[in-house]
Design a protein around this ligand. Structure first.
Ligand code: UDP
Ligand code: MG
Length: 440
């Protein structure tokens, strides 16, 4: 979206930056590094490991690896600051045009990275992984389902798996993110509300082999608290008075009503000095004024914080070439906007498992689509097929997708009828049929 921000890519910048937070993952890291190397052979990439205050020797391993491998950069927190802080640190250091985040515990499969990059190339700004067949114990998957359901309900974004650590971002997205606390769970929400196109694809997910999970029920509680922060920041970030003002006004009017009533009674000659209602009326008046005042202060803070701040820019300058300099060496092709012929392509590396093979053929799924949209989408797909008879199955055009901007100035709707992937049936916002496989 906002390609005018940040320095332009340099000649020696890698195309892909992998950002991998690691907290006590010493045993997994050597395997992970090997697998990434295998999966990305011949590609232009860097790996940024962020040691989030580990105490198990992760630091020593990463220090040595960074000395030996020019592609590896290792960051270290002096104590455990949490996954969000670790990801943010990685984002700050990433130089790639495409940023991939993944967990360090081998649950995410590096063989899936090319698929994520391909999905971005269809015109998304962020593609989130969906652990459709999640290999985690019940006590993790159940709270996670609940969390996803609540987040879907409150944000109206129809992703299945907000908290999947495996995601691909365009550079502009991470340049506009500033995550802290437990906000890594809400990255798709934060990006979507900034106007970025968000999609999702199902990805392979493995059982944890070494170490143990760092997130329990307690973290989910704090995750829900962060949901309030995110909702406030996304909906009212630029109009805090709309929250505080209306709340303050409501309390003030209630207090005013009570006090007017008491005044009228007093004028009738009745004593009101000992009535509890009087205290309530005065309390409501005072609270109303205070909360309204907080809203005004928040507006002023918003005014000053948005002034001249490139990180809050929500526009892009059109007509600037994406790459000011060509990238050296083998790399992925430049991201394209969706258009005829930009269908899914077969992966080039590795021999994926049966599960991967099945997941692989799924094109990214845009968020925010309703059932009606899906129905219309199917019709549009049929039309699209009629219009482009020369294209083979699996190579159908993917049109407009997240890029459709409503005419009435509302924020972008993720998917519109008659657009997006033609290789799968989507009903109730859920995929129901695997797509037809392109002949490889
Ligand atoms: N992680 C981190 N800091 C933390 C907790 C976790 O960097 O405070 C990393 C962790 O090392 C792993 C990723 O975040 O690479 C996901 O953590 P985990 O596998 O424990 O989460 P789960 O898969 O159980 O949800
Ligand atoms: Mg894990």
């Amino acid at each position: 979206m906002q390609r005018d921000q940040g320095p332009p890519p340099r000649r020696d910048d890698p195309y892909i930056s992998l950002v991998i937070p690691a907290y006590n993952e010493k045993e997994s890291l050597p395997h992970l590094f090997e697998r990434i190397r295998d999966a990305l052979q011949g590609k232009s990439y860097e790996i940024i490991f962020v040691d989030d205050g580990s105490t198990d020797g992760t630091e020593q391993y990463l220090r040595e690896l960074a000395m030996q491998e020019s592609r590896v950069k290792a960051l270290r927190f002096r104590r455990n600051f949490g996954k969000s802080a670790a990801l943010q640190a990685g984002f700050n250091e990433a130089r790639g045009e495409v940023i991939i985040t993944m967990d360090a515990d081998l649950q995410d499969d590096p063989q899936e990275i090319p698929r994520l990059v391909e999905a971005l190339d269809k015109g998304y700004d962020l593609v989130s992984g969906w652990r459709e067949k999640r290999n985690d114990p019940f006590n993790k998957t159940l709270p996670s389902e609940l969390f996803n359901a609540v987040t879907r309900l409150t944000t109206k974004i129809t992703l299945h798996d907000f908290n999947c650590g495996f995601k691909a971002y365009r550079r502009a997205v991470v340049q506009n993110l500033h995550i802290y606390g437990e906000q890594h769970r809400f990255i798709p929400v934060l990006a979507y509300w900034q106007g970025f196109g968000v999609g999702e694809i199902p990805l392979a997910h493995h059982r944890r082999k070494f170490g143990r999970s760092k997130f329990g029920m307690r973290r989910f509680l704090s995750g829900f608290l962060d949901l309030f922060t995110v909702l406030f920041l996304t909906r009212f970030r630029f109009k805090p008075l709309h929250v505080f003002g209306s709340m303050g006004l409501l309390l003030f009017l209630a207090g005013l009503g009570i006090n007017l009533y008491l005044t009228w009674i007093k004028l009738q000659g009745e004593a009101i000095g000992t009535r509890p209602l009087l205290s309530l009326g005065i309390l409501l008046l005072a609270m109303g004024i205070q909360i309204f005042g907080i809203g005004l202060l928040a507006e002023m803070i918003t005014l000053f914080s948005t002034r001249e701040s490139p990180s809050t820019r929500t526009y892009e300058v059109l007509g600037i070439p994406r790459h000011v300099a060509p990238f050296p060496g083998p790399r992925y092709h430049a991201p394209k906007r969706p258009g005829p012929g930009s269908g899914p392509k077969p992966s080039q590396s590795g021999t994926p498992s049966a599960q991967q093979q099945q997941l692989k053929e799924r094109p990214p799924r845009p968020v925010g689509q309703s059932q009606n949209q899906s129905q219309g989408q199917k019709q549009g797909q049929n039309q699209g097929q009629n219009q482009a008879p020369n294209q083979s199955q699996g190579q159908k055009p993917v049109q407009n997708q997240q890029r459709n901007r409503p005419q009435d100035g509302r924020r972008p709707v993720a998917a519109q009828p008659g657009t997006t992937d033609q290789n799968r049936t989507v009903e109730h916002g859920r995929p129901t049929q695997p797509p037809k496989t392109p002949q490889q």
